[in-house]
Design a protein around this ligand. Structure first.
Ligand code: BGC
Length: 393
């Protein structure tokens, strides 16, 4: 893979989505395997302290376009073709960096050090207890969520674009200091986003540590495959390659029970319309305010990619299939969206107008002896790969 040889900054205004086309800008530099595909690097804005923040635009030969910023290692937008070839952005988020600086919903973010919840913000490694900030309290029960008050979604990463044959991407690095948000060990993290000419959009995280720590680095995009952020995702069809979900308590912490999905509204082992059963009188749905659970993936084997999910919007025909090397997937149905976040194009994001499909280790894995280990030790490398394959049918 070769790094982009001629990085170039264009005016910040131009990086605001849809305000101008990077390809047509006389100031921008792009290169790639065809005239329409390639990689463009520009300035997205400035941090409150004045540091410049880059945005990378990746385009493939089918017109798919991904924008990724160094702030939060965030996916800013993803343009995907429908069954008639029409492109639309299928993610929630903001037009400008300022939106993301104050975002509290983790739109598009890389979440860490530990994605999802840790009960009471406490865990032990080798008999030593650690305390993390508690920044969330579903059911009135405090817990640690998504890395704390300043998780990986709120820090500035260092990005470098690359192109190689039929793919292009951006590698982002961040060194998370020992003690950050209460976590032990200096963690060196590398996240790579890649867009291929076969319409695969890949997010991959690797990490090493200088002391034992726990981690679960997660990609947190909010999807609405219709491309219209005003519509509900209740009409999308979802299949999850899973026969069990993790039952939770009122604080959305797994109880340890792997519950069979058969005969329940949690059964997505064949495709179901999301809204068909979400209001059923079923304890897990009551506790989550809808779907907000981890499903245990069938047939996971160390390191191998397995199918995790297939999401389809019947209107536009857009399909997103997800595969991963992780043991579980969090399906969050956008239950906490309530119109208070005003995002791209001034749209106030309403209840269930987007959903997250986050491949992951089990929530609260550090406190669950039956969960796959979430501990990383010096000399080991954490590796999480997530492939989003787009098509239309
Ligand atoms: C969690 C939700 C949480 C949301 C925050 C999801 O990963 O499952 O419970 O509210 O993130 O954006």
């Amino acid at each position: 893979m070769k790094p982009l040889v001629k990085p170039l900054f264009v005016v910040a205004m131009c990086a605001a989505l849809s305000s101008c086309s990077d390809d047509s800008s006389p100031d921008s530099t792009s290169s790639g395997s065809s005239e329409s595909s390639g990689l463009v690097e520009s300035e997205f804005g400035k941090m409150p302290g004045g540091e410049s923040v880059k945005i990378f635009t990746l385009t493939n030969t089918n017109g798919m376009e991904a924008k990724v910023t160094e702030y939060g290692a965030i996916l800013v937008s993803l343009q995907v073709p429908d069954k008639d070839g029409n492109l639309a952005d299928v993610t929630h988020g903001y037009d400008t960096l300022e939106g993301w600086l104050t975002n509290t919903s983790y739109f598009g973010a890389t979440v860490g050090r530990f994605g999802n919840r840790i009960a009471h913000g406490k865990f032990s490694i080798d008999g030593k207890e650690y305390s993390l900030v508690t920044n969330n309290d579903p059911g009135g029960i405090p817990c640690h969520l998504h890395g704390g008050t300043k998780g990986y979604d709120k820090v500035l990463w260092k990005g470098e674009g690359f192109e190689s044959g039929s793919e292009r991407g951006v590698k982002l690095t961040y060194v998370s200091p020992d003690g950050e948000e209460g976590y032990p060990g200096t963690l060196t993290v590398e996240v790579t986003y890649t867009l291929t000419d076969s319409n695969d959009f890949v997010w991959e995280a690797k990490a090493t540590t200088d002391a034992p720590t726990v981690l679960n680095i997660v990609h947190h995009s909010y999807w609405n495959l219709s491309g219209d952020a005003n519509t509900s995702i209740n009409d999308h069809e979802l299949k999850l390659f899973s026969d069990h979900y993790l039952a939770t308590d009122a604080g959305l912490i797994p109880t340890g029970e792997k519950a069979a999905v058969t005969g329940t509204p949690m059964d997505f082992s064949s495709a179901h319309v999301i809204g068909a059963r979400v209001e059923e009188d079923f304890e897990a749905l009551k506790l989550g305010g809808g779907y907000d659970h981890a499903w245990v993936l069938n047939g996971t084997k160390d390191g191998d990619l397995v199918k995790a999910a297939k999401l389809r919007d019947p209107e536009t025909g857009r399909v997103m299939e997800i595969s991963t090397n992780q043991p579980a997937i969090q399906f969050y149905g956008g239950n906490f969206l309530d119109g208070t976040a005003t995002g791209k194009g001034g749209v106030a994001y309403q209840h269930r107008t987007a959903l997250c499909l986050e491949t992951e280790n089990y929530p609260d894995a550090p406190n669950n002896p039956d969960a796959p280990s979430a501990v990383l030790r010096p000399g080991e490398t954490y590796h999480h790969k997530m492939v989003h394959s787009f098509s239309a049918e």
